[in-house]
Ligand binder design. Structure first.
Ligand SMILES: Cc1ncc(COP(=O)(O)O)c(C=O)c1O
Length: 366
Protein backbone atom coordinates (compact mmCIF):
# COMPACT_ATOMS: atom_id res chain seq x y z
CA UNK A 1 0.00 0.00 0.00
CA UNK A 2 1.34 3.44 -0.92
CA UNK A 3 0.43 5.68 1.96
CA UNK A 4 -1.16 9.04 1.37
CA UNK A 5 1.04 10.50 4.11
CA UNK A 6 3.23 8.37 6.37
CA UNK A 7 3.21 10.39 9.59
CA UNK A 8 5.19 7.75 11.46
CA UNK A 9 7.98 7.94 8.90
CA UNK A 10 7.87 11.75 8.80
CA UNK A 11 8.35 12.09 12.56
CA UNK A 12 10.66 9.11 12.94
CA UNK A 13 13.33 11.12 11.11
CA UNK A 14 13.51 13.32 14.23
CA UNK A 15 13.03 10.55 16.82
CA UNK A 16 16.24 11.07 18.83
CA UNK A 17 15.93 14.84 18.91
CA UNK A 18 12.21 14.65 19.78
CA UNK A 19 12.91 12.23 22.63
CA UNK A 20 15.69 14.47 24.00
CA UNK A 21 13.39 17.46 23.72
CA UNK A 22 10.62 15.60 25.58
CA UNK A 23 13.07 14.67 28.37
CA UNK A 24 14.19 18.32 28.62
CA UNK A 25 10.58 19.44 28.97
CA UNK A 26 10.04 16.88 31.70
CA UNK A 27 13.09 18.20 33.55
CA UNK A 28 12.34 21.90 33.06
CA UNK A 29 8.61 21.50 33.77
CA UNK A 30 7.69 24.72 31.92
CA UNK A 31 4.64 23.32 30.22
CA UNK A 32 2.66 26.45 29.37
CA UNK A 33 4.09 29.64 27.78
CA UNK A 34 7.61 28.59 28.70
CA UNK A 35 10.92 29.41 27.02
CA UNK A 36 10.34 27.08 24.06
CA UNK A 37 7.23 29.02 23.06
CA UNK A 38 9.10 32.34 23.09
CA UNK A 39 12.01 30.77 21.24
CA UNK A 40 9.79 29.26 18.53
CA UNK A 41 7.78 32.47 18.15
CA UNK A 42 10.97 34.45 17.51
CA UNK A 43 12.27 31.79 15.16
CA UNK A 44 9.02 31.53 13.17
CA UNK A 45 8.57 35.32 12.87
CA UNK A 46 12.13 35.43 11.63
CA UNK A 47 11.50 32.58 9.19
CA UNK A 48 8.37 34.26 7.76
CA UNK A 49 9.98 37.70 7.77
CA UNK A 50 7.40 39.34 10.05
CA UNK A 51 8.07 41.35 13.19
CA UNK A 52 5.89 39.14 15.35
CA UNK A 53 4.56 35.63 15.82
CA UNK A 54 2.04 34.64 18.50
CA UNK A 55 1.39 30.93 18.84
CA UNK A 56 -2.11 29.62 19.55
CA UNK A 57 -3.83 26.34 20.36
CA UNK A 58 -4.66 25.60 16.70
CA UNK A 59 -5.16 27.17 13.28
CA UNK A 60 -8.87 27.91 13.72
CA UNK A 61 -8.09 29.93 16.84
CA UNK A 62 -5.27 31.76 15.04
CA UNK A 63 -7.77 32.93 12.39
CA UNK A 64 -10.47 33.74 14.95
CA UNK A 65 -8.09 35.69 17.18
CA UNK A 66 -6.89 37.81 14.24
CA UNK A 67 -10.50 38.76 13.50
CA UNK A 68 -11.40 39.26 17.17
CA UNK A 69 -8.21 41.29 17.54
CA UNK A 70 -9.31 43.62 14.74
CA UNK A 71 -12.74 43.90 16.39
CA UNK A 72 -11.06 44.80 19.71
CA UNK A 73 -9.00 47.44 17.90
CA UNK A 74 -12.14 48.90 16.27
CA UNK A 75 -10.89 48.05 12.77
CA UNK A 76 -13.76 45.60 12.29
CA UNK A 77 -17.23 45.81 13.75
CA UNK A 78 -19.86 43.17 14.47
CA UNK A 79 -21.70 42.36 11.22
CA UNK A 80 -18.92 43.53 8.90
CA UNK A 81 -18.47 41.47 5.75
CA UNK A 82 -15.38 39.33 5.23
CA UNK A 83 -14.78 37.77 1.79
CA UNK A 84 -13.54 34.18 1.83
CA UNK A 85 -13.11 31.60 -0.94
CA UNK A 86 -16.15 29.31 -1.04
CA UNK A 87 -14.05 26.16 -1.56
CA UNK A 88 -11.91 26.53 1.56
CA UNK A 89 -11.74 24.17 4.53
CA UNK A 90 -14.64 25.09 6.80
CA UNK A 91 -12.34 26.56 9.50
CA UNK A 92 -11.84 29.76 7.49
CA UNK A 93 -15.58 30.39 7.47
CA UNK A 94 -16.07 29.34 11.09
CA UNK A 95 -13.50 31.91 12.23
CA UNK A 96 -15.55 34.68 10.60
CA UNK A 97 -18.74 33.44 12.28
CA UNK A 98 -17.03 33.06 15.68
CA UNK A 99 -15.90 36.69 15.45
CA UNK A 100 -19.55 37.73 14.79
CA UNK A 101 -18.71 38.88 11.29
CA UNK A 102 -20.44 37.91 8.04
CA UNK A 103 -18.68 35.58 5.60
CA UNK A 104 -19.17 36.37 1.91
CA UNK A 105 -18.39 33.30 -0.18
CA UNK A 106 -16.47 34.04 -3.38
CA UNK A 107 -15.75 31.58 -6.15
CA UNK A 108 -12.17 30.36 -6.68
CA UNK A 109 -10.15 30.36 -9.88
CA UNK A 110 -10.88 26.92 -11.41
CA UNK A 111 -7.19 26.27 -12.15
CA UNK A 112 -5.38 27.45 -9.03
CA UNK A 113 -8.28 26.82 -6.61
CA UNK A 114 -7.46 30.08 -4.81
CA UNK A 115 -9.85 33.03 -4.47
CA UNK A 116 -10.50 34.69 -7.82
CA UNK A 117 -9.82 38.33 -8.37
CA UNK A 118 -12.58 38.28 -11.02
CA UNK A 119 -15.20 38.25 -8.29
CA UNK A 120 -17.72 41.07 -8.78
CA UNK A 121 -16.04 44.27 -7.49
CA UNK A 122 -19.25 45.19 -5.65
CA UNK A 123 -18.47 42.35 -3.24
CA UNK A 124 -15.21 44.05 -2.23
CA UNK A 125 -16.76 47.51 -2.06
CA UNK A 126 -19.12 46.28 0.66
CA UNK A 127 -16.53 44.21 2.55
CA UNK A 128 -14.10 45.21 5.26
CA UNK A 129 -11.67 42.30 4.97
CA UNK A 130 -10.58 39.45 2.69
CA UNK A 131 -9.11 36.13 3.78
CA UNK A 132 -6.91 34.65 1.06
CA UNK A 133 -6.51 30.92 1.54
CA UNK A 134 -3.30 29.47 0.11
CA UNK A 135 -5.21 26.29 -0.62
CA UNK A 136 -3.33 23.02 -1.15
CA UNK A 137 -0.08 24.97 -0.54
CA UNK A 138 -0.29 27.39 -3.47
CA UNK A 139 -0.14 31.11 -2.77
CA UNK A 140 -3.24 33.06 -3.73
CA UNK A 141 -2.97 35.83 -6.33
CA UNK A 142 -1.04 38.13 -4.01
CA UNK A 143 -0.38 40.87 -6.53
CA UNK A 144 -4.05 41.37 -7.38
CA UNK A 145 -5.28 41.09 -3.81
CA UNK A 146 -2.71 43.48 -2.38
CA UNK A 147 -3.83 46.02 -4.99
CA UNK A 148 -7.48 45.30 -4.31
CA UNK A 149 -6.95 45.75 -0.56
CA UNK A 150 -5.34 49.13 -1.19
CA UNK A 151 -8.04 50.25 -3.64
CA UNK A 152 -10.95 49.24 -1.43
CA UNK A 153 -9.30 49.85 1.95
CA UNK A 154 -9.64 46.23 3.03
CA UNK A 155 -7.84 44.32 5.72
CA UNK A 156 -5.97 41.53 3.96
CA UNK A 157 -5.56 38.30 5.91
CA UNK A 158 -3.85 35.06 4.87
CA UNK A 159 -5.07 31.62 5.84
CA UNK A 160 -1.65 30.00 5.46
CA UNK A 161 -2.59 26.77 7.25
CA UNK A 162 -1.48 24.76 4.20
CA UNK A 163 1.40 26.90 2.95
CA UNK A 164 4.28 27.08 5.45
CA UNK A 165 7.37 28.24 3.60
CA UNK A 166 5.74 29.08 0.24
CA UNK A 167 7.59 31.99 -1.38
CA UNK A 168 6.00 34.65 -3.57
CA UNK A 169 7.42 35.11 -7.09
CA UNK A 170 6.50 38.74 -6.77
CA UNK A 171 8.79 39.88 -3.99
CA UNK A 172 10.40 36.75 -2.54
CA UNK A 173 8.36 37.11 0.63
CA UNK A 174 7.03 34.06 2.42
CA UNK A 175 3.49 33.03 3.26
CA UNK A 176 2.62 34.78 6.50
CA UNK A 177 4.26 38.00 5.35
CA UNK A 178 2.04 38.84 2.38
CA UNK A 179 -0.84 40.55 4.18
CA UNK A 180 -1.72 42.46 7.36
CA UNK A 181 -1.91 39.24 9.37
CA UNK A 182 -1.70 35.51 8.72
CA UNK A 183 -2.85 32.34 10.44
CA UNK A 184 -1.01 29.02 10.43
CA UNK A 185 -2.00 25.56 11.60
CA UNK A 186 0.54 23.07 12.93
CA UNK A 187 -1.91 20.15 12.80
CA UNK A 188 0.25 17.00 12.50
CA UNK A 189 -0.36 16.49 8.76
CA UNK A 190 0.66 20.01 7.79
CA UNK A 191 3.98 20.77 6.04
CA UNK A 192 5.16 21.96 9.46
CA UNK A 193 3.25 19.74 11.86
CA UNK A 194 3.39 19.36 15.64
CA UNK A 195 2.70 16.13 17.52
CA UNK A 196 -0.73 17.46 18.41
CA UNK A 197 -2.69 20.64 17.79
CA UNK A 198 -1.00 24.00 17.31
CA UNK A 199 -1.29 27.27 15.44
CA UNK A 200 0.20 30.73 15.05
CA UNK A 201 -0.49 34.28 13.96
CA UNK A 202 2.20 36.20 12.13
CA UNK A 203 2.04 39.96 11.63
CA UNK A 204 4.17 43.07 11.61
CA UNK A 205 1.36 45.15 13.16
CA UNK A 206 2.39 45.86 16.77
CA UNK A 207 -1.17 46.74 17.86
CA UNK A 208 -2.59 43.49 16.54
CA UNK A 209 0.32 41.58 18.08
CA UNK A 210 -0.42 43.04 21.53
CA UNK A 211 -4.14 42.32 21.38
CA UNK A 212 -3.81 38.74 20.05
CA UNK A 213 -1.22 38.02 22.72
CA UNK A 214 -3.71 39.13 25.36
CA UNK A 215 -6.67 37.32 23.81
CA UNK A 216 -4.92 33.93 23.61
CA UNK A 217 -4.17 34.02 27.34
CA UNK A 218 -7.31 35.03 29.26
CA UNK A 219 -6.82 38.69 28.34
CA UNK A 220 -3.89 38.66 30.70
CA UNK A 221 -0.33 39.87 30.46
CA UNK A 222 0.40 39.59 34.11
CA UNK A 223 -0.81 36.55 36.02
CA UNK A 224 -4.26 37.08 37.58
CA UNK A 225 -4.65 40.53 36.01
CA UNK A 226 -7.17 40.50 33.16
CA UNK A 227 -7.36 43.43 30.78
CA UNK A 228 -9.91 42.05 28.36
CA UNK A 229 -12.31 39.13 27.92
CA UNK A 230 -9.88 36.60 26.55
CA UNK A 231 -9.63 32.93 25.67
CA UNK A 232 -7.33 30.07 26.49
CA UNK A 233 -5.59 29.19 23.23
CA UNK A 234 -1.90 28.51 23.77
CA UNK A 235 0.63 26.28 22.08
CA UNK A 236 2.12 23.75 24.53
CA UNK A 237 5.73 24.51 25.37
CA UNK A 238 6.68 20.94 24.42
CA UNK A 239 5.02 21.29 21.01
CA UNK A 240 6.92 24.55 20.47
CA UNK A 241 10.19 22.70 21.06
CA UNK A 242 9.14 19.96 18.61
CA UNK A 243 8.24 22.60 16.01
CA UNK A 244 11.63 24.30 16.40
CA UNK A 245 13.27 20.98 15.61
CA UNK A 246 11.09 20.31 12.59
CA UNK A 247 11.33 23.87 11.25
CA UNK A 248 14.97 23.18 10.35
CA UNK A 249 13.80 20.67 7.72
CA UNK A 250 10.85 22.61 6.34
CA UNK A 251 12.61 24.13 3.31
CA UNK A 252 14.16 20.81 2.30
CA UNK A 253 10.84 19.02 2.79
CA UNK A 254 9.07 21.60 0.64
CA UNK A 255 11.75 21.20 -2.01
CA UNK A 256 11.16 17.44 -2.02
CA UNK A 257 7.41 18.01 -2.37
CA UNK A 258 8.07 20.31 -5.35
CA UNK A 259 10.36 17.69 -6.91
CA UNK A 260 7.68 15.01 -6.49
CA UNK A 261 5.08 17.35 -8.03
CA UNK A 262 7.35 17.92 -11.01
CA UNK A 263 7.79 14.17 -11.46
CA UNK A 264 4.03 13.65 -11.27
CA UNK A 265 3.41 16.47 -13.75
CA UNK A 266 6.00 15.13 -16.19
CA UNK A 267 5.09 11.48 -15.74
CA UNK A 268 1.28 11.45 -15.63
CA UNK A 269 0.02 11.47 -19.20
CA UNK A 270 -3.50 10.12 -18.72
CA UNK A 271 -5.93 12.54 -20.38
CA UNK A 272 -8.73 11.42 -18.04
CA UNK A 273 -7.01 13.43 -15.28
CA UNK A 274 -6.75 17.20 -15.01
CA UNK A 275 -3.40 17.93 -13.39
CA UNK A 276 -2.84 20.89 -11.04
CA UNK A 277 -1.53 24.21 -12.31
CA UNK A 278 2.09 24.71 -11.22
CA UNK A 279 4.52 27.34 -12.50
CA UNK A 280 7.51 25.39 -11.20
CA UNK A 281 8.43 28.01 -8.60
CA UNK A 282 8.53 27.98 -4.80
CA UNK A 283 5.10 29.62 -4.54
CA UNK A 284 3.48 26.19 -4.22
CA UNK A 285 4.57 23.87 -1.40
CA UNK A 286 2.19 21.04 -2.31
CA UNK A 287 0.47 20.37 0.97
CA UNK A 288 -1.74 18.40 -1.41
CA UNK A 289 -1.32 17.26 -5.02
CA UNK A 290 -4.85 17.54 -6.31
CA UNK A 291 -6.09 16.18 -9.63
CA UNK A 292 -9.58 16.29 -11.11
CA UNK A 293 -11.43 13.36 -12.63
CA UNK A 294 -14.88 13.00 -14.17
CA UNK A 295 -16.01 9.76 -12.58
CA UNK A 296 -14.44 9.97 -9.12
CA UNK A 297 -16.02 6.91 -7.52
CA UNK A 298 -14.81 4.76 -10.39
CA UNK A 299 -11.31 6.26 -10.03
CA UNK A 300 -11.14 5.79 -6.25
CA UNK A 301 -12.23 2.15 -6.61
CA UNK A 302 -9.40 1.70 -9.13
CA UNK A 303 -6.87 3.32 -6.73
CA UNK A 304 -8.07 1.09 -3.89
CA UNK A 305 -7.63 -1.98 -6.06
CA UNK A 306 -4.11 -0.84 -6.93
CA UNK A 307 -3.25 -0.02 -3.31
CA UNK A 308 -2.70 3.70 -3.70
CA UNK A 309 -4.13 5.72 -0.81
CA UNK A 310 -6.02 8.93 -1.58
CA UNK A 311 -8.01 11.66 0.16
CA UNK A 312 -10.55 14.24 -0.94
CA UNK A 313 -9.92 17.87 0.00
CA UNK A 314 -12.91 18.29 0.42
CA UNK A 315 -15.92 16.10 -0.39
CA UNK A 316 -18.67 18.57 0.62
CA UNK A 317 -18.43 22.33 -0.06
CA UNK A 318 -18.86 24.42 3.09
CA UNK A 319 -22.18 25.95 1.93
CA UNK A 320 -23.66 22.44 1.67
CA UNK A 321 -22.61 21.48 5.20
CA UNK A 322 -25.44 21.14 7.70
CA UNK A 323 -23.59 23.53 10.02
CA UNK A 324 -23.77 26.26 7.38
CA UNK A 325 -27.29 25.66 6.09
CA UNK A 326 -27.97 29.41 6.09
CA UNK A 327 -25.70 29.50 2.98
CA UNK A 328 -27.20 26.43 1.28
CA UNK A 329 -29.21 28.45 -1.27
CA UNK A 330 -26.02 30.03 -2.68
CA UNK A 331 -25.22 29.18 -6.29
CA UNK A 332 -21.49 28.52 -6.50
CA UNK A 333 -21.05 26.39 -9.64
CA UNK A 334 -17.22 26.48 -9.76
CA UNK A 335 -16.94 25.47 -6.12
CA UNK A 336 -19.56 22.73 -6.52
CA UNK A 337 -17.86 21.33 -9.60
CA UNK A 338 -14.48 21.29 -7.84
CA UNK A 339 -15.87 19.40 -4.86
CA UNK A 340 -17.35 16.73 -7.15
CA UNK A 341 -14.14 16.17 -9.09
CA UNK A 342 -11.05 16.67 -6.90
CA UNK A 343 -8.92 13.92 -5.44
CA UNK A 344 -5.57 14.20 -3.65
CA UNK A 345 -2.76 11.78 -4.45
CA UNK A 346 0.05 10.58 -2.14
CA UNK A 347 2.40 13.48 -1.41
CA UNK A 348 4.96 13.71 1.35
CA UNK A 349 8.69 14.35 1.72
CA UNK A 350 9.30 10.76 2.79
CA UNK A 351 7.95 9.08 -0.35
CA UNK A 352 10.50 6.88 -2.07
CA UNK A 353 11.35 7.20 -5.78
CA UNK A 354 9.83 3.77 -6.34
CA UNK A 355 6.57 4.86 -4.69
CA UNK A 356 6.42 7.99 -6.85
CA UNK A 357 6.97 5.92 -10.01
CA UNK A 358 4.35 3.37 -8.93
CA UNK A 359 1.75 6.12 -8.47
CA UNK A 360 2.60 7.48 -11.95
CA UNK A 361 2.32 4.00 -13.52
CA UNK A 362 -0.98 3.22 -11.77
CA UNK A 363 -2.43 6.55 -12.93
CA UNK A 364 -1.29 6.09 -16.50
CA UNK A 365 -2.94 2.69 -16.76
CA UNK A 366 -6.34 3.95 -15.50
C1 LIG B 1 -7.13 26.04 5.08
C2 LIG B 1 -7.21 25.73 6.55
N1 LIG B 1 -7.59 26.69 7.40
C3 LIG B 1 -7.65 26.47 8.72
C4 LIG B 1 -7.35 25.25 9.27
C5 LIG B 1 -7.54 25.06 10.73
O1 LIG B 1 -6.42 24.59 11.40
P1 LIG B 1 -6.55 23.67 12.70
O2 LIG B 1 -7.02 22.33 12.28
O3 LIG B 1 -5.19 23.68 13.28
O4 LIG B 1 -7.54 24.36 13.61
C6 LIG B 1 -6.92 24.23 8.43
C7 LIG B 1 -6.52 22.92 8.97
O5 LIG B 1 -6.99 21.92 8.95
C8 LIG B 1 -6.88 24.45 7.03
O6 LIG B 1 -6.51 23.49 6.18
Amino acid sequence: MIKFLDLYKINNRFRDALETSFRNSLENAHFILGPNVTHFENEYANYCGTKFCITTGNGLDALTLILKGYVALGKLNKGDKVVVPANTFIATILSVLHAELVPVLAEPDPDTYTISVHTDKAVFVEAKAVIMVHLYGQLADINSFQKLARDFNLLLIEDAAQAHGAISNLNNRKAGNLSHAAAFSFYPTKNLGALGDGGAVTTSDSELFEVVKLLRNYGSQEKYTNKTIGYNSRLDDMQAAFLSLKLKSLDLDNQRRQDIAKRYLDGITNSKLKLPFYDGSKNHVFYAFVVEVENRSDFTAYLNKNKVEWLIHYPIPPHHQEALKEFSHFKLPITEKIHKRVISLPMSPVMSDLEIQTVIDVLNTY
